[in-house]
Design a protein around this ligand. Structure first.
Ligand code: GLA
Length: 376
């Protein structure tokens, strides 16, 4: 499937790990539809690892664990579809999944057929226990080909963590998104590390094959499967803004059935989502500005409607000030133009003075603007 804007949805792994079952998935589907998340674009509900039995059946097919999914996966898929959502599942290019359930190695075509028969719309495909002698691009091309020919439109979500130079070959496999980094954990250091890794990878991120920075930890507050120290709301907002700005798929990882108001506001910021889903999907560019240290990220992105998205992200525990000259956006003083800015989070508006943009930031804080061209 060719998807031209980053996929958005929810995935079970970050909070629930192996503690998944039909009731959880039904309640999450209800919540995605009723809370406004679906309306805001979060359409994929994805069951991650640990959904199957430890053995295939006598025909070599994967079997949903009847203790967790007593009515089988087709019934779950039907329920999810009934809510207007799309249904995602998980498998692995190795003999086993990362949690030790059967993987799809040498079963790619039969598994693609099984997923299609259940009504699956999205397959996350992991890289644990893969063959040490068959290169990753062969393994992912196999499943890519199997999905393209299974009779159903299934989005292929590659999860090889950026290993084995994934960025060089992943577009050849039919994947619509690819994990560009290792796993996220619910700590600020994890967010920072994953964000800084992206600098070299922007040229590989494009419409139809998005750099996946991993599932969101917004709203986890240290609870659940990848929950460690947790983060503050300021940190969650900066984490979300980075993922959205840089064009990552936005897969929620918290328990949305109990999300608080702060989490809702972060996940349903329409301007941030519009930047993420911009139809032109242009590459973000790093702004050099005045040197603000390695933990002050400054980005611009030209949007399809002529506006410019500008993001300043202070990853450090100290205050910082972002300073950028408008030349960097293609706007020298000689144009007689300046920028009118709308702050995506506070909704305040102001304009840039004297061709230089200056923005003080608190520790871990970000500022994201939608900038419109205006006459001086
Ligand atoms: C890997 C992936 C995670 C998750 C787990 C499941 O670690 O990177 O996103 O799918 O496996 O076991």
């Amino acid at each position: 499937m060719l998807k031209t804007t980053p996929p958005m949805g929810w995935n079970s792994w970050n909070t629930f790990g192996e503690n998944i079952n039909e009731a959880l998935i039904r309640e999450t589907a209800d919540c995605m539809a009723a809370s406004g998340l679906l309306e805001h674009g979060y359409e994929y509900l994805v069951i991650d690892d640990c959904w199957s039995l430890r053995e295939r059946d006598e025909n070599g097919r994967l079997v949903a664990d009847p203790a967790k999914f007593p009515n089988g996966m087709k019934a779950v898929a039907d329920y999810v579809h009934g809510k207007g959502l799309k249904f995602g599942m998980y498998s692995c290019a190795g003999n086993l999944t990362c949690a030790g359930y059967p993987g799809s190695f040498e079963h790619e075509f039969i598994d693609a057929d099984t997923f299609a028969s259940w009504g699956v719309d999205f397959l996350k495909y992991d890289y644990c226990y893969h063959s040490p002698i068959i290169p990753g691009y062969y393994l992912y091309r196999r499943m890519g080909l199997a999905l393209e020919n299974c009779g159903r439109d299934i989005l292929f979500s590659a999860c090889s963590w950026g290993a084995d130079e994934t960025h060089e070959w992943i577009k050849s496999t039919g994947a619509s998104m690819w994990r560009s980094t290792g796993d996220i954990f619910d700590t600020w250091n994890s967010v920072k590390e994953l964000a800084l890794r992206q600098k070299e990878l922007h040229p590989y991120c494009g419409a139809g094959c998005f750099n996946d920075m991993d599932m969101l930890i917004v709203g986890m507050y240290g609870k659940g499967n990848v929950g460690l120290a947790g983060c503050t709301d300021v940190q969650y907002r900066t984490h979300y803004s980075l993922w959205a700005f840089l064009g990552s798929p936005l897969m929620i990882g918290c328990d949305i059935r109990s999300m608080n108001e702060a989490t809702r506001e972060i996940l349903m910021n329409k301007d941030m989502i519009a930047i993420n889903q911009d139809p032109a999907y242009r590459q973000p560019f790093l702004l050099s500005g005045t040197w603000g240290g390695p933990e002050l990220l400054m980005y611009g992105r030209h949007l399809a409607n002529g506006k410019i998205a500008i993001g300043f992200f202070n990853l450090s525990e100290n205050k910082a000030t972002a300073r950028v000259n408008l030349d960097e956006f293609g706007l020298p003083l000689s144009t007689g133009k300046t920028l009118l800015l709308k702050d995506v989070w506070t909704k305040e508006t102001h304009s840039v003075k004297n061709g230089t943009f200056c923005c003080p930031l608190e520790p871990f804080e970000c500022a994201v603007y939608l900038a419109t061209l205006a006459d001086l």
